[in-house]
Design a protein around this ligand. Structure first.
Ligand code: NAP
Length: 275
């Protein structure tokens, strides 16, 4: 994607383990190119977060996406953490200005933008399936947007901890079929490629007129989304959240609006032209 690299090219990247499957380099390099920004974005696979962050300072890497397993462990290594990322307890973006590293969380805003594109959010009810890092970020932003939240999770202890932190209700997965909700969001990896026959919720939980979001984007239509569509629900896959969290990162790094159409097109081509 890069047409020219020279002495002024700025360096960005994604740091995690594993990251070789990541579509972030494709997406951000396309965005830099489209916006005429002299920058390049690479994938750094590392388990040693401390050394990686030291290298970011030493090499003046201007910005970093942070992914599994470093989203929480990176926090004490930064100079400053945005209050929202602090509340969520996870950083997925670092901005380096004159060697001062500031952490942000753009997963939350990305998920909200994707959801709001499909349905009104404020004042409605939502069930989040799962209680991991993504559930925490999404639950946090939904609470801020006046959503009546219910959490369900395979492991009760973790589910109850998150529901307490978010001042929401916990239900067991078996209770899902008896719940009436406007929105249901799957934040577990259940149904992700290659295990595409799996569905994280019972079919009866999916009622007509519900909005069902799966934050998985590979495959584009999970078993959950296919079933939900057949039962008359509005469906949203995880691509929007991925693109919009990246768009927020781009804005933090460059101060410019991200070229989301291009970002979406290159990621869709890479993901779904193979399906
Ligand atoms: P995480 O912190 O490891 O949490 C995973 C959650 O899924 C936990 O609640 C876990 O339950 C549950 N889970 C895992 N396997 C399960 C199974 N077989 N049955 C039932 N529940 C199960 O992971 P995360 O960072 O939140 O990420 C979760 C998913 O979101 C991943 O698929 C990731 O790729 C996707 N994601 C997408 C985006 C996007 O931009 N679209 C962004 C972030 C993440 P227990 O507590 O019982 O273990």
């Amino acid at each position: 994607m890069i047409t020219s690299i020279d002495q002024n090219t700025k360096l960005y990247g994604v740091l995690g383990n594993p990251v070789r499957h990541s579509l972030s380099p494709l997406m951000h390099n396309a965005a830099f190119l489209e916006s005429g920004i002299n920058a390049v974005y690479l994938a750094f696979e590392s388990i040693d977060i401390k050394s990686a962050i030291q290298s970011m300072r030493a090499l003046d890497i201007k910005g970093m996406s942070i992914t599994i397993p470093h989203k929480s462990s990176v926090i004490p290594l930064l100079d400053e953490v945005d209050p929202q990322a602090k509340d969520i307890g996870a950083v997925n973006t670092i901005v380096n200005v004159d060697s001062k590293l500031t952490g942000y969380n753009t997963d939350a805003a990305g998920a909200l933008r994707a959801l709001e594109e499909a349905t009104p959010v404020s004042g409605r009810s939502c069930v989040i399936v799962g209680a991991g890092g993504a559930a925490r970020a999404i639950g946090y932003i939904l609470k801020k947007n006046n959503i009546n939240l219910i959490i369900t999770n395979r492991t009760q202890k973790r589910g109850k901890e998150l529901s307490k932190a978010l001042d929401s209700r916990f239900i067991e997965p078996e209770q899902l079929k008896d719940i009436d909700t406007d929105i249901l969001i799957n934040t577990t990896p259940v149904g992700m490629s290659p295990d595409t026959d799996l569905c994280p919720v019972p079919e009866e939980a999916l009622k007509q007129e519900m909005t069902v979001m799966d934050i998985i984007y590979n495959p584009g239509r999970t078993k959950l989304l296919k079933t939900a569509r057949d039962r008359g629900c509005k469906i949203i896959n995880g691509l929007g959240m991925f693109i919009y969290q990246g768009a927020e990162q781009f804005k933090l790094w460059t101060g410019q609006e991200a070229p989301v159409e291009i970002m979406k097109r290159v990621v869709e081509e890479a993901l779904y032209n193979k399906e």
